[in-house]
Design a protein around this ligand. Structure first.
Ligand SMILES: NC(=O)c1ccc[n+]([C@@H]2O[C@H](COP(=O)([O-])OP(=O)(O)OC[C@H]3O[C@@H](n4cnc5c(N)ncnc54)[C@H](OP(=O)(O)O)[C@@H]3O)[C@@H](O)[C@H]2O)c1
Length: 261
């Protein structure tokens, strides 16, 4: 039977690419984001690619919209195999200049919504022995000057995912954490940025395509993986964060000084 996959943030970037990757495998894809119009366009692409697409527009930070997403997916298809918590936004600012209201907003979207959706979907996911996909980031393991607001939201998502994975394993539900590095999507254009001087990329480093990330995620779900680091850059940074934390702290201070902090 074709899988039923709920994807948040499906109107753009990685979420749209995920919808199309699953559609090519004949999945029934439930598409969530705030923009109905953009979702309708993705739903057409999903059908053209061989899948079935149901649009449920809504804001994942709003409880009624979260409930409506799960209810409508179940009413339409009667099961749920994969919940992909992908909707997210960036917020980059020096820590001393963080706007508390903006920080709360980013946590509601990047942290609270994925947890709440996992709670709402756990019964059908248990029945299907399904998977919760949490789209984290390399920023879920490493922070840097001006990355505190965004990175802290992904660190929190990593910790919650680690607990959730253990807690739902007896139900046969898996939790896959995905850590992309830079991906060519409108993510940075959509981020709240108070200071452009953010982050680090090795010279000549090219962002990954959302299609490449999406194919990796779909394969990782099929093979039952629990963590996916999507590029060589992410794997090196992830290893360095764990094995050489001292030099990473030194590099971070150097980045801060060189960028005027
Ligand atoms: N691109 C990167 O470099 C990168 C790297 C690492 C991790 N990631 C992570 O990958 C995920 C997807 O990012 P992306 O690069 O594909 O960015 P994107 O192109 O900006 O897509 C973000 C998606 O989230 C939706 N969204 C935003 N706020 C929402 C809300 N309140 N309720 C429902 N949907 C909402 C947007 O649609 P609407 O505006 O229509 O709601 C859009 O579909 C994020 O979690 C991000 O943190 C991205």
């Amino acid at each position: 039977m074709a899988h039923v996959v709920v994807i948040t943030g499906a109107s753009s970037g990685i979420g749209r690419a995920l919808a199309l990757s699953w559609a090519r495998r004949g999945a029934r894809v439930v598409l969530s984001a705030r923009s109905q119009e953009a979702l309708e366009r993705v739903a057409e692409e999903v059908r053209a690619a061989g899948g079935d697409g149901l649009v449920v527009a809504g804001d994942v930070t709003v409880e009624e919209d979260r409930k409506a997403l799960c209810d409508r997916a179940l009413a339409a298809y009667g099961r749920l195999d994969v919940l992909v918590n992908n909707a997210g936004r960036g917020y980059y600012a020096p820590t001393l200049e963080i706007d508390p209201a903006e920080l709360e907003a980013i946590y509601r979207l990047n942290v609270v919504a994925p947890v709440r959706l996992a709670q709402l979907a756990i019964e059908p996911l248990s029945a299907a022995k399904g998977t919760v996909v949490m789209v984290s980031s390399i920023a879920g393991l490493v922070s840097a000057p001006r990355m505190g607001p965004y990175a802290s939201s992904k660190f929190a998502l990593e910790a919650l995912s680690m607990s959730l994975r253990a807690e739902v394993s007896a139900r046969g539900v898996r939790v896959l954490v995905v850590r992309p590095g830079p991906v060519a999507t409108p993510f940075h254009a959509n981020a709240v940025v108070t200071d452009e001087n953010v982050g680090y990329r090795p010279p000549g480093h090219k962002p990954q395509s959302p299609e490449e990330v999406a194919e990796g995620v779909v394969r990782a779900v099929a093979s039952g993986r629990e963590v996916l680091e999507t590029s060589a850059f992410v794997k090196v940074a992830s290893l360095a964060a764990r094995v050489t934390p001292g030099p990473m702290r030194w590099l971070s201070k150097r980045m801060a000084r060189h960028s005027g902090l």
